[in-house]
Write a protein that binds this ligand. Structure first.
Ligand code: CA
Ligand code: CA
Ligand code: CA
Length: 281
């Protein structure tokens, strides 16, 4: 009996100290992704260097990495091939950054994309998902009720059009009485910058840097929302769309499975973090 117990405890230690479990986060509903507070407000200018190392960031995402996530669905997570396309990782790969402070959520992305495509033959202002765009879906505060863009659900969407049209920063959200309210992000609530071809390697590459004021957005979709503090739990999904000349086109979904916010992953607001330490040798 004793040796059996011993074997079980060794197994438990192995399981819970496994680097795989430690880094996955999303496999364990008790371990939401930690989103750091920024001690210094960044300048929104399309250069992420002043905050990217102290933001939440979990490395490069491409279709091969998505393939092995719990939320992967080949009907939804997809890239397109119109012939003469480069390799899948050159078609789309990206790093996504997220942070907060007392007033704002900060969003950043560094993206390798073969083609910038923001023309949509059936254009309407709310069709960001038929253009190159990155959209952060945020529920605040987190809950587990099944709903689609109901109360507390928000999507902050940025069309990667350097001309910054009136629909370039979009807000889909719910309210206590309505679902799927579609409107431009209120001008006073958003600031964003897009830098195209930042590495002088490809016309479609870009950096996006954005901030969204929480009180006039999260506070409107959920009147019980309170100013953020460490320990608060929200939910998150990222949708990155990449039509590259097609219609619906490529889609990356991270941390969730679609509009139902019950599928979105949990995040937790935490205090400032130090950059990753690199050893002298
Ligand atoms: Ca900046
Ligand atoms: Ca692409
Ligand atoms: Ca594209």
């Amino acid at each position: 009996m004793r040796s059996k117990l011993c074997a079980v405890s060794i197994l438990m230690v192995l399981l819970f100290s496994s680097p795989l479990l430690a880094q996955s986060g999303w496999a364990d509903p008790l371990a939401p992704l930690p989103i750091p507070r920024l001690a210094q407000a960044p300048k929104i200018d399309g250069d992420l260097r002043e905050w990217k190392e102290v933001a939440f960031h979990d490395g490069v995402w491409d279709i091969y990495r998505l393939l092995h996530t719990p939320w992967y669905d080949p009907k939804v997570n997809r890239l397109t091939d119109h012939g003469m396309e480069p390799s899948a990782e050159e078609d789309l790969s990206a790093r996504y950054y997220l942070a907060w402070d007392s007033r704002y959520l900060y969003f950043g992305a560094e993206v390798r994309d073969n083609v910038n495509d923001v023309s949509d033959p059936q254009h309407t202002p709310d069709r960001w998902y038929f253009k190159d765009a990155i959209c952060w879906f945020v529920q605040a505060p987190a809950h587990n009720r099944s709903q689609e863009f109901g109360r507390g659900d928000n999507a902050f969407c940025f069309v990667i059009d350097a001309r910054k049209p009136s629909y370039g920063a979009w807000w889909r959200h719910g309210s206590p009485s309505k679902t799927y309210i579609e409107e431009p992000l209120p001008r006073a609530a958003v600031d964003y910058a897009i830098r195209m071809n930042p590495w002088k390697a490809n016309q479609g590459d870009f950096i996006l840097e954005a901030r969204v004021a929480m009180a006039p957005t999260l506070g409107k979709s959920e009147p019980n929302w309170r100013p953020p503090k460490p320990g608060d739990e929200y939910k998150l999904m990222i949708v990155h769309t990449d039509p590259d000349g097609g219609e619906y086109g490529g889609h990356f979904l991270l941390y969730g499975k679609g509009d139902n916010s019950a599928t979105w992953g949990r995040i937790k607001l935490v205090g400032p973090i130090a950059p990753v330490e690199r050893k002298p040798n």
